[in-house]
Design a protein around this ligand. Structure first.
Ligand code: SF4
Ligand code: SF4
Length: 305
């Protein structure tokens, strides 16, 4: 099973637009939205949720008043200000509690225990382009790396179950824990960047992460015609490091029009220059991923499953 992970050094580079376009082009795949802090692939794919599961990625301390002997040790030891006392009664604020467990450790009466906390949900849905696995964190939850790993695990299980040999992952932006989790087991990473100074800088940072995990990386310059000089610098940067620029996508209003209509650009403007470039890029990626004919599809096809 092959995994293509699409990432970027920051949000807003057009990463999800490209993943949605690949979804329309590829056959026999599972889609995984690992941008769990701001999942938006589902907005373009209009998924029908088939099933969902709770994600318990963190813990919360629970205090048993009947066992509490009001010694105050927990209040003195909580560094997060989650414990308060009023009229001799101690209480834990679940929104402040970080689940570190120190209070349970110091409590002489065994009155505090840690319990799993609902941190988010994972959804397995059907879309017009095949199955989609995506996750959503509860507000304020910070365990996105764990949720990303679980989304990928569910996508792999589904692909195995249904005999699909490709997973296309909309990875988390940036260089933190979620993007590291996105890259786990990846066959290749497509780094999407824009021709700006900050775009080059962000690309370098995320490339460093991909290289650290020995993930084969490719580069796509989105809106390449907005600054030809910067696009040329990205090409030079890639050439110096032996990286292939697999796509140079021009700016096109058709991309925004497609987003507004909740469609992929492949559906909205199939004969536009931007789609032709995306199709060429997909053909090249399918080649390097060594996808079978049943999965890659040609530019004249549209992947419905
Ligand atoms: S688990 Fe940690 S953060 Fe939560 S109340 Fe106990 S000491 Fe405070
Ligand atoms: S440490 Fe335990 S016994 Fe002491 S106040 Fe906290 S909950 Fe009560």
């Amino acid at each position: 099973m092959k995994q293509l992970v699409v990432i970027s050094g920051k949000g807003g580079t057009g990463k999800t637009t490209l993943v949605a376009a690949f979804a329309a082009l590829a056959q026999s795949k599972v889609l995984a939205d690992c941008d769990v802090d701001a999942a938006d692939l589902h907005l373009l794919l209009d998924p029908k949720v088939e099933r969902s599961e709770a994600f318990e990625g963190s813990k919360v301390a629970i205090l048993d008043q009947e066992k509490c002997i009001q010694c105050g040790a927990c209040l003195a030891s909580c560094r997060f200000g989650a414990i308060s006392e009023s009229g001799g009664l101690f209480a834990i604020d679940p929104f402040r509690c970080e689940g570190c467990g120190v209070c349970a450790f110091v409590c002489p009466a065994g009155a505090i225990k840690l319990e799993p906390r609902l941190s988010g949900r994972i959804y397995i849905s059907s879309t017009r382009f095949g199955p989609l696995v995506h996750g959503q964190l509860e507000p304020g939850e910070g365990t996105s790396g764990k949720l990303v790993s679980l989304v990928k695990q569910r996508a792999m299980e589904l692909a195995q179950l249904e005999g699909r040999d490709l997973i296309i992952v909309d990875g988390a932006p940036g260089i933190g824990c979620p993007v590291i989790a996105s890259l786990g087991n990846a066959t290749a990473a497509l780094i999407v960047t824009e021709p700006t100074l900050s775009g080059i800088h962000d690309m370098e940072r995320v490339l460093g992460v991909a290289r650290h995990f020995r993930t084969r990386a490719f580069i796509c310059i989105n809106k390449c015609d907005l600054n030809r000089e910067m696009a040329r610098r990205i090409e030079e940067f890639a050439a110096e490091r032996g990286l292939e620029v697999v796509g140079q996508i021009p700016y096109d209003d058709a991309v925004t029009e497609a987003l507004v209509q909740g469609k992929t650009v492949v559906e909205h403007a199939s004969d536009s220059p931007v789609v032709q470039e995306i199709e060429l890029m997909w053909s090249r990626l399918a080649e390097v991923l060594e996808l079978g004919e049943a999965t890659r599809t040609g530019p004249s096809h549209r992947g419905r499953g």
